[in-house]
Design a protein around this ligand. Structure first.
Ligand code: HEM
Length: 436
């Protein structure tokens, strides 16, 4: 009989370099494996697709309120910022969850797809314009990680000048030096406070104003928490979706031979990533409401159980079609499933698609700067994210008037972007999303 480790680490460079080795080891423990989320921090991880669906849909047994787990964590736990309870959609159940979630879905429904497309194109062109003349770029640091942040910044109606501040805070929150990360968290909280203060003085056509005026009547703390959740829950996975899809496109000849007119499209790359490299690799923190025997493992009420979207999606065995039965999203769980599945998957898909299309249309001969097997992945168990994506391309000249980064003589020059967008009046919609 082969040796089974007590717990498989879901952290560190070894996991980042080869998560599939960890998932294979975990599968030998059964549908639910024992993991270590950070040194000395145990949890269970569901690696089996069917067990994942059972958990995500069974709200009688499983709660998103992580406080029973949290009360046993040390004060300096690195996990509590990601997994600790907050008064937001992610960490609440039932009616409280529905109330918080409706604010996010109703407000996003006010941004029509063509407006979103225009907003993303504008940010994309701005970013591409910053490196287009250089002939090389890190498409993670200079594009994929920046685009969602600057987009949120605009969608939440923040002052244009404050964009670099949000970027610096978000980067700082990921800093491995604890004092820098703590300071960045404080700065980010101040950014949100100032944003809310400015919208209290004057509403705009933006998510902050719509969150404020929503019939759910959020308290000031709840308002801040839904904004923070939306920005944080949206930023990391969207950046990873763009980055992971670009890395696949640049290293697969089916895309690579002709990026702007190839047989496979940005949409194909995104679907490929959602199935095989989900941007949120492992998350979905749950605790059982009572002791439960779940797919062969006894779990007690204060114990934390996560779902591995990455392992469940890529488990050997069932085909994509077989998995479709019962899944909210067909053959993959990249958006999770059940009541807490991503509320904005259609807008998020559109954001990633437009971001990739703009880049590959403008820089039509993009190629990887290093072989794909030399790309480095960021450590950390929750995400599947490249650290860098070096790329080369034929330089193109920015437009001198600064409206568009493209010279009009370029065969790939874009049409000028509108300076403003015109969403509907700020009354809150109660209808469903417009993306369906
Ligand atoms: C505009 C971009 C996005 C925004 C604003 C956003 C927002 C959110 C919010 C608010 C939740 C919590 C929902 C709830 O608990 O009811 C959520 C959940 C989730 N989102 Fe998104 N999201 C975005 C993009 C993405 C992308 C690109 C992915 C990956 C493909 C993703 C994957 C998920 C997953 C897996 C969950 C479940 C969280 C969990 O594991 O507990 N999201 N998202």
């Amino acid at each position: 009989m082969s040796y089974l480790p007590d717990r498989v680490p879901l952290h560190g460079p070894k996991f980042a370099a080869d998560p599939h080795a960890a998932y294979a080891e975990l599968r030998r423990m059964g549908p639910v494996g024992r993991v270590e989320l950070s040194p000395g921090a145990p949890a269970y991880l569901v690696t089996d697709y069917r067990a994942a669906l059972d958990l995500l849909h069974d709200t009688d047994t499983w709660s998103k309120d992580t406080r029973p787990w949290q009360q046993n964590q040390p004060a300096d736990s690195p996990l509590v910022p990601m997994l600790g309870w907050r008064p937001n959609a992610l960490f609440n159940d039932g009616k409280a969850h529905e109330r918080y979630r409706s604010v996010i879905t109703d407000s996003y429904a006010l941004i029509e797809p063509h407006q979103l497309r225009r907003q993303v194109s504008k940010v994309a062109n701005q970013l591409i314009g910053e490196f287009a003349a250089a002939g090389e770029a890190d498409l993670i640091g200079q594009y994929a990680r920046r685009l969602p942040l600057l987009l949120f910044h605009a969608q939440f109606g923040a002052d244009d000048q404050e964009g670099p501040r949000l970027e610096a805070d978000m980067a700082g929150m990921l800093d491995s030096q604890p004092d820098k990360a703590i300071q960045a968290n404080i700065n980010f909280a101040n950014y949100i406070t100032e944003l809310i203060r400015s919208k209290r003085l004057q509403r705009g056509q933006d998510l902050t104003s719509w969150f404020m005026d929503h019939p759910a009547a959020l308290t000031p703390d709840e308002l801040a928490d839904q904004i923070v959740l939306t920005m944080l829950a949206g930023n990391e996975p969207t950046a990873n979706l763009i980055g992971n899809a670009l890395s696949r496109m640049l290293s697969n000849p089916a895309y690579y031979s002709s990026l702007s007119s190839g047989a496979l499209t940005a949409h194909d790359a995104i679907n490929d990533v959602l199935r095989n490299e989900p941007p949120m690799a492992n998350y979905s923190a749950h605790v059982p409401r009572h002791a439960v025997h779940f797919h062969g493992t006894w779990i007690r009420p204060h114990e934390l159980v996560l779902v591995s979207y990455h392992a469940a999606n890529t488990e050997p065995g069932p085909t994509a079609d077989e998995k479709t039965a019962g899944g909210d999203d067909g053959a993959h769980l990249a958006w999770a499933a059940g009541p807490h599945s991503c509320p904005v998957k259609k807008p998020a898909t559109l954001i990633a698609t437009v971001a990739i299309e703009q880049l590959t249309r403008r820089l039509h001969d993009l190629e990887l700067g290093v072989p794909r097997n030399e790309l480095r992945w960021r450590p950390g168990g929750f995400h599947r994210a490249l650290a860098q994506l070096p790329a080369r391309f034929t330089p193109i000249a920015p437009d001198p008037d600064g409206v568009s980064p493209w010279t009009s003589s370029s065969p790939y020059s874009s049409t000028r972007q509108d300076k403003t967008w015109s969403p509907k009046p700020p009354a809150c919609a109660t209808s469903g999303p417009l993306y369906g």
